[in-house]
Write a protein that binds this ligand. Sequence first.
Ligand SMILES: *Cc1c(COP(=O)(O)O)cnc(C)c1O
Length: 372
Amino acid sequence: MQTLESFAELEVEELQKEQLLRSFSENERHNSARILRNDKELISFCCNDYFGLSQHPVVKQAAIEATEKYGIGSGASRYISGNHPYYDLLEKKLAAYKGTEAALVFGSGYLANIGTIPALVGKGDLIIADKLAHACLLDGAKLSGAKLLRFKHNDIEACRRILETHRQDYQKCLIITETIFSMDGDRAPVSELATIAKQHDSWLLTDDAHGIGVLEPHPEVPLQIGTLSKGLGSYGGYLCASQKVIDYVRNKARSAIFSTALPPATVAAAIASLEILEKEPERAENALENAQYFTKLMGLEQAQSTIVPYIVGDERTALDLAKKLEEAGFLVSAIRPPTVPKGTARLRFTFSSEHSRDSIENLSRILQTRTR
Ligand SMILES: *Cc1c(COP(=O)(O)O)cnc(C)c1O
């Protein structure tokens, strides 16, 4: 007989052997580009807080005031009594920002995806997803029960071929992509996908988790999901869509209905962040320019976003390199399967408006000497 403990122990040993074991280390973040770990200050190139908003005094103040006014927890789901006044304001602002009629805020980006997708499609329907689409998009697809087909990453023709061959065999059809791919940093051909979706009587859903601020909004996309937890520096997720779609999804998305509302502070902070992002577009420009400065120094293809992958291949090399960089004062994440396909383990660098040119030069110099 296998006990629960021996089962868990064997599984962990297996992960350890494959260099895939994950654990937490304690971090203190007092600044958007720096992290204190084991009493050592490191320059972080692994936070998704691209514009320094999680540490912005105005954003912090908004959260403090909301807490003073309404307390910490929201007390219930939004459908019962948790719908504090900040929600309505944030949803209006998100919709205006994205160019849609309405928005629905969820507990996180993950919850937005696993709630929205099954609300829209199910058995007898088809989902066509980019091969590199984020785990939560695929989890949403699986939960829905719809048939899932994948197309080669960013390959419009591959998507079109699937539509031409299979669309007619299903009722509804949802096409799914990220706007900026979280582990590769490249941009999806969003406008082209919107066009072929229309031609084939299909609906396009984009996940803009890493695009806000950096990418122009795409109002032609009928289903725009995103997160409040990255560039906006707070926590939560959202769907922007037409009023009719939002009214429907609000009534169907189980991850919205059966989960407690976000804390007032979190929603108030997201409002403050969005206002700053709109007033100070140079934050996003600087973050992107910092990424492009790095790719230029490294002789890599020009960054299309604030995310730059540095693919090394195997897990061991990625971990070793991340460790060496940490010893040199830089915190960088080694990304391994199953987050990325096997054989493409990598370092993933994220750039923020808060990085100095000096620190980017140092990083690139050290990376070049360590990999030579
Ligand atoms: C991070 C991420 C999410 C999840 O958003 P959370 O708010 O962190 O739950 C969803 N989609 C993509 C593409 C992401 O990178």
